[in-house]
Design a protein around this ligand. Structure first.
Ligand SMILES: NC(=O)c1ccc[n+]([C@@H]2O[C@H](COP(=O)([O-])OP(=O)(O)OC[C@H]3O[C@@H](n4cnc5c(N)ncnc54)[C@H](O)[C@@H]3O)[C@@H](O)[C@H]2O)c1
Length: 318
């Protein structure tokens, strides 16, 4: 089902990041007018005057972007706030910078939104705000239990958004996203590790095959974001899990990856067969109730699409 976003003008912060690049393109395809804001760099899809290069730590930069957005003659405005420190390892190394990039940046954005009368904000949080020790799909009301600096900064950013939504009459959606995978997966993620290793050898080596995660294909995340614009303009803050609702162990993921690469089961190697099992699977019922739509790309299809996108000719021909 296609969507029509011709009435919308949208600011995407972090427009040059993994999610930002794809989201910008998808919003444009659906007819939205998009402005990007990122610290530096160029975009393949945004014209020069639609991309603001600047550091969001500077409130004036954020204000300028929001002002530019508010001047576009379209009736509906929204901001996807994607800029921040997305690398969990980097957050552990430099917690002060993590708080600045993920929390201060968010309050800067909220302040500028209030000043420029932009009310609708959509924010990507993470499944890891819940922690990792559950034996049932987690619903949004579950207690938060961040186990590191990155999810902690996400909890703090969520609180800032909830607070502003309440006292400044904003309309905010927070999406707690499960484990995203796809062609752009970063090297320090499970899927990114496999993709990277597969460039150099016909096997994958992982430290623990036991954890069960809710792997969501990046295209499903982008589609959910784009569709979310069409709903929820009421005041306040709504929180949604953005997930498939299905658990897959790291071992299963690796074996599926190798099978689709045409490699034997022995291609999956691990140095810790008795590794710790932790489970993080999120219910997506609330998301479905809102959008009447939910992520649908299963793990086999997602890996297949990734291999095709990566130009894996051998696979593309089978
Ligand atoms: N990719 C995932 O698996 C995942 C999962 C859940 C949530 N998220 C969240 O989604 C958001 C986007 O993720 P991503 O994977 O696209 O991240 P990314 O690191 O690829 O992109 C972030 C972008 O923000 C920009 N940026 C950082 N600091 C900035 C600043 N001070 N001023 C202006 N721009 C700045 C960077 O240049 C970069 O282009 C992040 O908040 C991340 O925490 C990502």
């Amino acid at each position: 089902m296609s969507i029509d976003l011709k009435e919308y003008k949208v600011l995407v912060t972090g427009a040059l990041g993994v999610i930002g690049r794809r989201l910008t393109k998808r919003l444009q395809e659906a007819g939205a007018m998009v402005i990007g804001l990122d610290v530096s760099g160029a975009s393949e899809v945004l014209e020069k005057d639609c991309l603001i290069n600047g550091n969001m730590m500077d409130l004036k930069v954020v204000d300028r972007a929001l002002r530019q957005l508010s001047q576009i003659p379209r009736p509906k405005a929204a901001v996807f706030h994607l800029a921040g420190m997305s690398d969990a390892n980097q957050c552990e190394i430099d917690p002060t910078a993590a708080v600045e990039q993920n929390v201060v940046l968010t309050t800067n954005l909220l302040e500028a939104c209030v000043k420029n009368k932009i009310r609708r904000i959509i924010y990507p949080s993470t499944a890891y705000v819940y922690g990792t020790s559950y034996d049932q799909p987690i619903e949004e009301g579950f207690a938060l239990n961040p186990e590191g600096v990155y999810p902690l900064t996400k909890v703090l950013a969520e609180e800032a958004i909830k607070g502003y939504a309440r006292f400044a009459d904003l309309s905010c959606d927070i999406f707690r996203i499960s484990n995203i995978y796809g062609l752009d997966s970063k090297k320090n993620t499970i899927f990114g590790t496999m993709l990277d290793q597969a460039k150099f050898k016909n096997s994958v080596f992982l430290h623990n095959l036991q954890p069960v995660r809710d792997f969501i294909f990046i295209e499903d995340v982008i589609e959910t974001f784009a569709r979310s614009l069409l709903y929820g303009e009421e005041k306040g803050c709504a929180i949604f899990n953005l997930s498939t609702g299905n658990g897959t162990s790291v071992g299963e993921l690796a074996r599926t990856f190798c099978r689709l690469k045409d490699w034997p089961p022995e291609a999956v190697k691990c140095d810790n067969e008795a590794g710790k099992k932790s489970v993080l699977v999120l219910s997506n019922q609330r998301l479905y109730q809102r959008l009447r739509w939910k992520p649908s790309i299963d793990i086999v299809e997602g890996i297949r699409k990734t291999l095709l996108q990566s130009g894996d000719i051998k696979y593309a021909q089978t």
